[in-house]
Write a protein that binds this ligand. Structure first.
Ligand SMILES: Cc1cc2nc3c(=O)[nH]c(=O)nc-3n(C[C@H](O)[C@H](O)[C@H](O)COP(=O)(O)OP(=O)(O)OC[C@H]3O[C@@H](n4cnc5c(N)ncnc54)[C@H](O)[C@@H]3O)c2cc1C
Length: 379
């Protein structure tokens, strides 16, 4: 007799892995990933940042609801701290100095719940933090302490280990290529054989709309946007203690990454879902921005990459059962915050899938799951 799983999750990025982890062990769960390893697409290409500020209300609430898990995961979840303090130095040139001060005043007056205060800095103090900033360019700065580096691979593998410990099966190199309804369940055709499941979770990242199409649901307009990063060597500087640096309107940002400096031109180019690669022009922009606001001479780009940040039209995640296809559950549109919100998104998805209460921590953080319902986008 062929096994009918309770839940099949399509997508082995951080989103699919997190819901697999938070589902209770009473359901039979299978996770299907088309690539030969988990986290190959967006999850493995992020800036690995957890930050409390500069989000919409709803994403801010998801972030607050994720903070406890990130700061103190259950014993044995990961062998390392998932978060390491980094801090964020926000900078502006002469043209935007007044704008930066206005943003600072607004942040100071209305800090997000639980956030530490921001501090306005003199240019001298900003240069103490990041000595290679160019004094001729930086004319205003403030420091936001509430920014951490995330150990993304440990988080991803922790979710996967936890899911397996509860009996979930993880199948890699298993691309879902077709689906049809058979009685009370879905029959999924995959590159590694057929899989049957009563409920299918669409955690396919940039591919969420086409994957929903396989199950007969209309696209919700979840569009992948390419974002580029480069890595450059900065000889003679100890980068380990420097903060992340963000231009006040996030025209660019840079931060230490494995002993080098990761720089992004914060590009957001809508694209079809694909294995993203960087365009020469975006690489050049990244190098240009770094050269402009620092005294560094960027003569060599050690490494460059790009990944997809996938957004619904209103830039909010999509979490909930489809109103169009029976047994289809959306967990997609995690945009530029899928890593940092994965604990709360996974917990909320698991609760909605099993009819359990939304976790008290999410309610206390102000999360309203209705804000993420796919029904807002279904036509
Ligand atoms: C440059 C960059 C910087 C970022 N910085 C941050 C940051 O600092 N903090 C943060 O929180 N977020 C950040 N993000 C966003 C974050 O990376 C994403 O929100 C997150 O990784 C989305 O996870 P996901 O699981 O939804 O997607 P993915 O990781 O892309 O996973 C989806 C998976 O579905 C699989 N799949 C698709 N179709 C099928 C199919 N038919 N069958 C089987 N499998 C399928 C894919 O192979 C893929 O592995 C950044 C993203 C980029 C690109």
């Amino acid at each position: 007799m062929t096994e009918i799983h309770d839940i099949a999750i399509i997508g082995g990025g951080i989103t699919g892995a997190s819901v697999a982890h938070f589902l209770d062990g009473r359901r039979s769960v299978v996770l299907l990933e088309q690539e030969s390893s988990l986290g190959y697409h967006s999850t493995g290409r992020s800036a690995a940042e957890f930050t409390r500020r500069f989000h919409s209300e709803a994403v801010g609430a998801l972030t607050r609801a994720s903070a406890d898990f990130m700061m103190s995961p259950p014993g044995g979840f990961a062998g390392v701290d998932l978060l390491r303090p980094r801090g964020n130095l926000v900078i502006a040139d002469a043209e935007k100095a007044d704008h930066l001060r206005a943003v600072f005043e607004k942040e100071r007056a209305n800090p997000p719940d639980g956030a530490s205060p921001v501090r306005l800095l003199s240019v001298d103090r900003a240069l103490e933090m990041v000595p290679f900033l160019d004094r001729d360019w930086v004319k205003a700065a403030f420091h936001d302490p509430d920014c951490w580096d995330v150990e993304v691979e440990s988080l991803l593998q922790g979710y996967a280990r936890g899911a397996k410990a509860k009996g979930a099966e993880i199948r890699q190199s298993a691309a879902v290529t077709g689906a049809r309804r058979e009685g009370d369940h879905w029959l999924l055709g995959t590159s590694a054989g057929e899989v049957r499941a009563r409920v299918v979770v669409n955690a396919a990242g940039g591919w969420a709309d086409p994957v929903a199409g396989l199950l007969g649901a209309a696209p919700l307009g979840i569009v992948p946007h390419r974002r580029t990063a480069i890595s450059v060597k900065v000889p003679g500087h100890d980068l380990s203690r420097m903060p992340e640096v963000n231009e006040i309107d996030e025209v660019f940002y840079f931060k230490p990454d494995a002993g080098q400096l990761m720089v992004s031109p914060a590009d957001e180019t809508p694209v079809d879902p694909h294995d993203a690669w960087p365009e020469e022009l975006d690489i050049a922009y990244a190098a240009h921005y770094l050269g402009e606001c620092t005294t560094l001479e960027v003569t060599h780009v050690a490494h460059s990459w790009a990944g997809l940040r996938s957004f619904a039209g209103d830039r909010l995640p999509v979490i909930g059962f489809s109103g169009q296809a029976e047994g289809l559950f959306w967990l997609a549109g995690l945009g530029g915050y899928g890593i940092q919100t994965s604990p709360a998104a996974g917990q909320i998805a698991a609760a909605l899938l099993t009819g359990a209460e939304i976790p008290a921590s999410a309610v206390a953080a102000g999360v309203d799951p209705a804000a993420f319902s796919p029904s807002r986008l279904e036509r």
